[in-house]
Design a binder for this molecule. Structure first.
Ligand code: XIL
Length: 333
């Protein structure tokens, strides 16, 4: 069966991405990756916890190997991620008892980490998730975005400006080198209206402050809607969040799309069709807003390799065969 490449269907709309590790660069996985996608995100390799050797020195050997593979295939690369509360090196912000370092120490570590990584990968990446998942889930008072921030290690050591500080450090390196690399704020439960509002308020304030001193330039170029959805996700909520973010004048990336359905690695026919229907509704929405959407990245190639394998969230099954979800994505209308 000849499958229509997803990337061809959306050529005039946005890039089509996927999350990869080394195993996607071999055999039939590589074939499927190349057929449908033009962008990759490292599923794990470029997370902050993997940027150091045992002596706490920067060591990007594994990252470089993956980047090389992607570039050799002509794939664009989205950098994921510089500042996060998981899969990170906690010594950057906390002492051995888990207590926060001084603001000064932690800020130096944050800036050094961001600058070293951005400088190292240079314009081999088209964009970076500079900060990931800084916001609490469903914050009760979202207009107060500072009170809605997750009490992460970075937050505890540096304070509420750690997000802005991370973006400023990345921007400095990019400007010094004259690179065109888009800087993203990335988060999940993006369809939750309280969370979306808190993110909106944060990006608005940070960008307005920066623009005032920089001829209207943006500091945060994009908002990543991770898009880890499920069968009960209401696409109207996704629309509200998407349109809210676009109203800030930033680009939006759908950065980690998957739709959980079923259980125990099984989908009933009904669940498979419902999953396809929700993928179709989302892609209709994305097409409508394609002028402001830079990429749609799926979080994994097939169900068996997904981080949510038991709930079969992707377009291809364990044998890499196309599911109803694939057919929905290539023809959502
Ligand atoms: C997940 C990976 O898919 C897993 O392999 C890993 O064990 C944990 O992280 N939000 C993110 C991603 O930004 O980095 C996460 O990826 C999924 C949630």
């Amino acid at each position: 069966e000849d499958l229509t490449p997803i990337k061809d269907v959306y050529e005039d709309y946005f890039l089509i991405g996927n999350a990869v590790s080394a195993k996607e660069f071999e055999g039939n996985r590589l074939e499927l990756l190349n057929l449908h996608h033009n962008l990759v995100t490292a599923e794990n390799a470029m997370k902050p916890g993997y940027a150091f050797n045992d002596q706490r020195e920067f060591d990007f050997t594994a990252e470089d190997a993956l980047v090389e593979k992607a570039l050799a295939e002509g794939l664009k690369i989205h950098g994921h991620v510089l500042v996060w509360h998981q899969q990170s090196a906690d010594w950057q912000h906390s002492d051995e008892n888990g207590d926060p370092l001084s603001r000064e120490e932690a800020l130096t570590n944050l800036r050094t980490h961001v600058k070293t990584a951005v400088e190292h990968f240079g314009d081999n990446v088209i964009s970076w998730d500079v900060v990931n998942e800084a916001m609490n889930d469903n914050p009760p008072n979202p207009s107060d975005w500072k009170a809605s921030l997750r009490q992460s290690g970075w937050y505890k050591a540096i304070g509420e400006d750690y997000v802005e500080q991370a973006f400023r450090a990345a921007k400095e390196v990019i400007d010094e080198n004259g690179w065109d690399i888009k800087l993203y704020y990335n988060d999940y439960n993006d369809d939750n209206q309280n969370k979306a509002e808190a993110i909106y308020q944060m990006v608005k304030e940070i960008n307005e402050n920066y623009a005032a001193d920089n001829d209207g330039d943006l500091l945060i170029d994009g908002i990543g809607m991770q898009g880890h959805y499920h069968l009960d996700t209401n696409p109207e909520n996704v629309r509200r969040s998407l349109e809210k973010f676009i109203s800030l004048g930033v680009e939006v990336g759908v950065t980690e799309l998957d739709i959980r359905a079923g259980d125990n690695n099984e989908l009933t026919e009904e669940q498979a069709n419902a999953q396809g229907y929700l993928y179709a509704q989302l892609f209709k929405l994305y097409k409508e807003h394609a002028d402001n959407i830079s990429r749609v990245t799926f979080w994994g190639l097939n169900d068996a390799s997904s981080w949510r394998a038991a709930q079969s969230p992707l377009l291809f099954d364990k044998d890499l065969q196309a599911k109803p979800a694939y057919y929905a994505v290539i023809d959502p209308d």
